[in-house]
Design a protein around this ligand. Structure first.
Ligand SMILES: NC(=O)c1ccc[n+]([C@@H]2O[C@H](COP(=O)([O-])OP(=O)(O)OC[C@H]3O[C@@H](n4cnc5c(N)ncnc54)[C@H](O)[C@@H]3O)[C@@H](O)[C@H]2O)c1
Length: 245
């Protein structure tokens, strides 16, 4: 019998989740990925579908979640995440940050396994400090349009640390900065797909504000490398994953 880690990836049909699934397969994992296919698409992982180590379960992670049989790790990536979703799906975002995170922490606790939260640089809100280091506490308007996403992730981090401190769950928190690469939705409102879609259509590129703002962008393969290294580390405090230049 082959001893392969059995891993749960929630949000596995999304942009980042599908790249994580690919990498975990390369690392020899066998796994279940769970998705409600609201903002993701089975097409993102269609090329993996025939692999017998890969199993899709269509499920809403805000509902109680169980995985029959052994489990070694939980990656909690399921959440609407694009600027368009902040306006269109604020309740779904808050439920994903709160209920789904809680449910998946319970699952990790029950199985006695590692849990990784996909958090975001948005926990820093509209930051007054540049660049943001992990000790910076942020500048968030809880009732603004972005507040649903920012506060959902801040709550998700809080409940993750609570399970770590109170129940001894082995937790990791990845604060992910803007990421781009294959599988992004062309219309999701983020800078890189906006620029590419407009360039392909021969339209002028839209720069919001006065153009003086900065963004940290990283390629998705670099993010996944960071996620895997963080998962294998002993670090329970939040870790920024982004491009420092
Ligand atoms: N892409 C980025 O630049 C970026 C930056 C910071 C943080 N993140 C985080 O990484 C994670 C993935 O982001 P993404 O860009 O791949 O977004 P995405 O929308 O492409 O993927 C999210 C996936 O989660 C699924 N999902 C949403 N709600 C669910 C629920 N309740 N139950 C089950 N599945 C659900 C969606 O169907 C989708 O497949 C998110 O948690 C996001 O907050 C992403």
């Amino acid at each position: 019998m082959v001893d392969r880690p059995r891993t749960l990836v929630t949000g596995g049909a999304g942009f980042v989740g599908s790249h994580l699934c690919e990498r975990l397969l390369l690392e020899g994992h066998e796994f279940v990925y769970l998705d409600n296919l609201t903002t993701g698409s089975a097409e993102n992982v269609a090329h993996l579908a025939d692999d017998p180590r890969f199993e899709l379960v269509r499920h809403d992670a805000t509902l109680p979640t169980s995985v029959p049989g052994p489990l070694d790790e939980v990656y909690r990536f399921a959440s609407p995440a694009s600027p368009k979703d902040f306006k269109g799906m604020p309740v779904e975002i808050l439920k994903a940050g709160s209920l789904a995170t809680h449910n998946l922490l319970e699952l990790a606790r029950d199985k006695g396994v590692r849990f990784m939260l996909a958090s975001t640089s948005e926990v820093y809100g509209d930051p007054l400090v540049h660049p943001q280091h992990e000790e910076y506490l942020g500048n968030v308007n809880p009732v603004g349009v972005r507040g649903a996403y920012d506060e959902a992730k801040r709550y998700a981090e809080a409940v993750t640390m609570a399970y770590h401190r109170r129940h001894g769950v082995d937790t990791k928190i990845a604060r992910i900065f803007n990421t781009y690469g294959p599988g992004m939705r062309p219309d999701d409102g983020r800078m890189i797909p906006n620029f590419i879609s407009q360039a392909l259509a021969g339209e002028p590129l839209t720069v919001y504000g006065d153009g003086s703002q900065t963004r940290s962008v990283q390629y998705v393969d670099d993010l996944i490398e960071g996620v895997i290294r963080l998962a294998k580390s002993d670090e329970a405090r939040p870790v920024n994953l982004g491009n420092p230049v």
